[in-house]
Write a protein that binds this ligand. Structure first.
Ligand SMILES: [Zn+2]
Ligand SMILES: [Zn+2]
Length: 229
């Protein structure tokens, strides 16, 4: 059994409730879903990740569109940057893709949606190629941008601004879980079709987190939690 806690959109603001939660609960891995900084400074990345790791957990992270250049190196200095990468963790297999599709704000970590599609497609396809059905794994796609037209990408205005590329890849490869961030007000747990749970924890400062309990390679529980409860 593996317990994974996903948090997102730190924007340089720590939340003491996170450390309290990690010290009081049996979590194996924390995944940070990007926008760790608020356009820098990169020094915050090491300080923050080390403080999280000091609670006795493994830490993996991806960059967000509001993180500056050099973010993957800063993550790799203290933990593991999952951007455009795959890692097996217990009975889960984690696929990571940071940054976001284009925004009106011209932020540093924006990637054209057709490139996101190509890259995420390749990540998931590479795993399909080596997949061994005798050793099932829960497929978790960790992205900063949410998939288009879901609860996770909905602005207050009701407009959807997520990534069509991520949505398309999810339709094609049907990972069991997509954890994502980026749209701060879209804290949600919803579903794409019958196959994929989509969870956006919202901002860390608002106490949002997603708890994934990987029971074995085919079974898991997922829930949205509040770190202050
Ligand atoms: Zn953000
Ligand atoms: Zn963002």
């Amino acid at each position: 059994m593996t317990k994974i806690l996903a948090i997102s959109d730190v924007h340089g603001e720590e939340n003491e409730n996170l450390y309290t939660y990690l010290n009081n609960n049996d979590i194996d891995l924390v995944i940070i879903l990007g926008d760790i900084t608020d356009f820098g400074p990169l020094e915050f990345v090491g300080t923050f990740i080390e403080k999280v790791a000091d609670c006795g957990v493994d830490v993996i992270a991806i960059p967000g569109n509001c993180d500056p250049k050099g973010i993957c190196n800063a993550i790799n200095e203290v933990s593991f940057c999952l951007h455009n990468n795959i890692i097996a963790y217990g009975d889960a297999i984690l696929f990571g893709y940071g940054g976001s599709n284009e925004t009106p704000f011209n932020t540093p970590g924006e990637i054209q949606d057709n490139k996101i599609y190509g890259d995420v497609f390749e990540l998931l396809a590479n795993y399909d190629y080596v997949y061994n059905e005798k050793v099932p794994k829960v497929k978790i796609l960790a992205t900063h941008a949410p998939p288009y037209n879901t609860e996770a990408d909905k602005l207050e205005s009701g407009d959807h601004v997520g990534s069509q590329g991520i949505l398309k890849s999810i339709h094609e490869f049907e990972p069991q879980i997509n954890i994502c961030g980026h749209i701060h007000e879209a804290k949600s747990l919803s579903k794409i079709g019958i196959t994929t749970d989509v969870a956006n924890p919202g901002m860390l400062k608002d106490n949002g987190a997603v708890l994934i309990d990987v029971i074995d390679g085919s079974n898991y529980d997922i829930s949205l939690i509040s770190l202050d409860e």
